[in-house]
Ligand binder design. Structure first.
Ligand code: IPE
Ligand code: IPE
Ligand code: MG
Length: 250
């Protein structure tokens, strides 16, 4: 039976987040420059979106560039930014045609001007689409996001808009970049690294984690389906007991 047929359409994740890792190693294995890996990573994003589209998963978040990635050699950063501009330019029409709405999270104002311009145009063009939300984390880190949220909350307090007692989890979430999105149900990381690397720390409190040794440029639809099948075997207890989940009358 092919993998897609093993998926239960009634128990799909609503939001899948992906840490797209392993581009550099993929290129190095082929005796090429790291950027060759990044170039080949674009195809894996397409595969992911196609797979998510087929399953009708409404939210996909991809970690494309972290705050810490600015510390890579200038040449790699510059080429990555160029690649990003080209990818947005080449892919936007296709995203739009497929009803995909583009969003960005992160400190995007720090992106090169050209990049930011393309990004904002693509976000604007796709703003009325509703088949799938593609959230791209760019110049993103979760600690930056949380500190930024705290700063904005303090500013609102200084303006006298808020009371301390109004702070609860829902209130705090509203100050995060992800305020309009549900928390990820499933987080996938490629390349065999078993860490989070400063991604969505608040939002993944109860996400299921899935790690695969596949390097990002090799990631295809079947790998995505495999992750969904694995996810569907998990029991998400959210702190409750199994018995309680089985017998909701308890
Ligand atoms: C992920 O691949 C892409 C970005 C972080 C931009 P890497 O560039 O981290 O590739 P590896 O992990 O060094 O193989
Ligand atoms: C995480 O990958 C960031 C992105 C995928 C954009 P890294 O390759 O930067 O993470 P570390 O350095 O292995 O933790
Ligand atoms: Mg890496």
């Amino acid at each position: 039976m092919d993998l897609k047929e093993q998926i239960d359409n009634n128990r799909l994740p609503k939001h899948v987040a992906l840490i797209m890792d392993g581009n550099g190693r993929w290129a190095e294995q082929r005796g090429k420059e790291r950027i060759f890996g990044h170039e080949n990573g674009v195809k894996a994003v397409r595969n992911t979106l196609e797979a998510a589209g087929e399953l009708k998963i409404p939210y996909i978040t991809i970690y494309a560039f972290s705050t810490e990635n600015w510390s890579r050699p200038k040449k790699e950063v510059d080429t990555l930014m160029e690649l990003l501009v080209n990818a947005i330019r080449n892919e936007t029409q296709k995203l739009h045609k497929n009803g995909i709405r583009l969003h960005a999270i992160g400190n995007i104002e720090t992106l090169p001007e050209k990049c930011l311009k393309e990004l904002k145009e693509a976000i604007d063009l796709t703003k009325n689409n509703d088949k799938l939300n593609l959230i791209v984390a760019l110049s993103y880190s979760a600690r930056w996001e949380i500190v930024n949220a705290v700063k904005r909350i303090v500013k609102d307090f200084e303006k006298g808009k808020k009371q301390v007692d109004s702070i609860n989890e829902a209130f705090f979430s509203q100050y995060l970049n992800t305020s309009n999105f549900p928390d990820p149900d499933l987080l996938i990381r490629t390349s065999g690294e078993l860490r989070i690397s400063n991604f969505l720390l608040w939002q993944i409190a109860y996400s299921e984690l899935y790690f695969t040794p596949v390097l990002w440029p090799d990631f295809n639809k079947e790998h995505f389906f495999q992750a969904i099948i694995d996810y569907q075997k998990r029991e998400r207890r959210f702190g409750k007991t199994s018995d309680y989940l089985l017998n909701k009358n308890n």
